[in-house]
Ligand binder design. Sequence first.
Ligand SMILES: [Zn+2]
Length: 341
Amino acid sequence: MSNPPRRRFSSLAAALTAALALWAGALALPAPTLAAPGPAAAAVAAPAQAGFYRTHIGDVAVTVLSDGTVGLDVTHGLVLGAQPGELDRLLAQAAQASPIDASFNVFLIQLGSHTILVDTGAGVTMGATAGKLGQALANAGVRPADITDIVLTHVHPDHTGGLVVAGKRAFPAAKIHVDQRELDYWLDAKRAAKATGMQAVFFGAAHASLQPYLDAKQVVAFAGATELFPGLRSVPAYGHTPGHSMYVLESRGQKLTFWGDLVHIPAVQFEDPAVAVGFDVSPAGAIETREQALAAAADHDDLVAHDHVPFPGLGHIRRAGTGYRWVPVAYVNDAAASGAR
Ligand SMILES: [Zn+2]
């Protein structure tokens, strides 16, 4: 990469630490109480815009649940390795400007007797425009207690914040599946004690979201490529974080691959996968994994699901010039899938 990341990390750390101060504050606050009648109550009572999109992979119902969107400032040190002018050019090409609106997508898989979430959104960690998973689940007709399993792509607050509500398990029956490397990294007390800035916030958030499930012995670590259930397996995609994992769902010859955080800035990183972000624990590792995954998905015409590509985050990858292009799925109102007659 052409840009030394050190200076950029330090400015990002300052920005993100401020943004994520919400985390510590929110954990310390009591549960929200109902507002008194009046204009404020009307605002509180307005239904959250928490959408879902249901489709099928073979026999398996897959529902994308919107946890919301969050403005992502891509001008102040977040982007690593872009050429001069490249960021502005690619954002303009996509009719976007900083801050970009990053989708937070969560995926529900109804696989036999297992009701599975892929990640859990941000919970209270990212402000009022995110943390809508609970409402989206309710809209989709699923109760938190129905979730039997949660597979984590990685342990960052925008993916694990939704595991807890007011410090307690939001999904009391769920087993949490995560790569052993990811668990080892984020639960390393010595490393956490030495972390500063943004990384310190991430370690604190990891502890807060995982500890209630560790206490209840509901965390199950796997080692690399593993078949977790018939039809759902993990694939190592290390780099963004040390144990970052993809998941592959297959049913009746159809396949969907959940990519987690292999792409954060769609307008930029499909066309130029060599651009990294300050959230990457290993920017070089994240770039290598992204390039391999993009090439494989393009060559095999894989259907891909992203956590941060605009909702519902489902589509295909095409080669375009020296990079790639994102082709979102056509919108389908799957009435049979949603139970409507
Ligand atoms: Zn993320």
